[in-house]
Design a protein around this ligand. Sequence first.
Ligand code: AVJ
Length: 329
Amino acid sequence: MSTPAVRIHDRHSSPATFVEEVLQGLAACPKRIAPKYFYDERGSRLFDAICELPEYYLTRTEMAILESCAAEVARLAGSGSTLIELGSGASRKIRLLLETLRPRHYLGVDISREFLIESARRLAADYPWLEVHAACADFSQELEVPDATANGRRLAFFPGSTIGNFEPHEALTFLQRVRRLVQPDGALLIGVDLKKDPKILHAAYNDRQGITAAFNLNLFERLRRELGAELDPDGFRHRAFYNTLHGRIEMHLLSRRAQEVRILSRRFGFEAGESVHTESSYKYTVEEFRALARRAGLWPVRVWRDTEQLFSVHYLSAARTAAAAPGSG
Ligand code: AVJ
């Protein structure tokens, strides 16, 4: 059997950026590295394993919601559209929508190139009627669609509560960018984790099997593998907690002792207990998120939640529609 056709479109995000950001982030106070760098191939696989964890309710809850709202999304979006999945990863969630939605084009956008292409190939093999495109891009930059998909109404899909990784002002910028990407008649379907009992949140980011810890620590493994960093991974441990004031989970790599890390002849001193902030995962109430979306010019049309109110999926329209009138959804 021939390899299914996937059209690949590369964007920026050169390896130089990784080095530069790491050196800059470790020189900063407090130290930090952006969570987008978790997702090399090993990191992407570890993240897939996280999604299967009993404590990590996000993935299965969102998938159940998507299953139950697919028909309504199809009705709102119409068929023959261009479906743009942002941060597509393993592209499992999109499968819940494809049969019902019947888009003409699918465009997967992700920073992890090999992983992206592999999943796009599988999609193309499983949905022969679909035109599959893959764009390797860092969506903290301006988003564009390849010319081949330029026609047709656009529905962006941003699942997994990845929006939570952005600081609120960055989330606003990102939503504005998505609005430019999908307009004039497009929409965004987005998964957003909800504020809830911190105990549930804490467990989700401190799983008993230590997969989240391995995922977090893989960032330092990457520094060793890719940048030749001199760094003792056993000298650091995973730390995750809910910051109530900011409404976010924070992940850190915590130094167990005073030590030094060397990368390309630069030295970074750590005190015992000092950490590198590797991720923030913001949680929103439905109203908080709607307010943010409106500020970006995206109009809340519908929201779906699970019965336990753990997770939300919002359908936001770039144009004010009858369905988006105040009080609906
Ligand atoms: C992919 C950003 C949604 O914040 O829950 C999972 C990443 N980090 N476990 C999240 C993650 C630790 C995840 N997001």
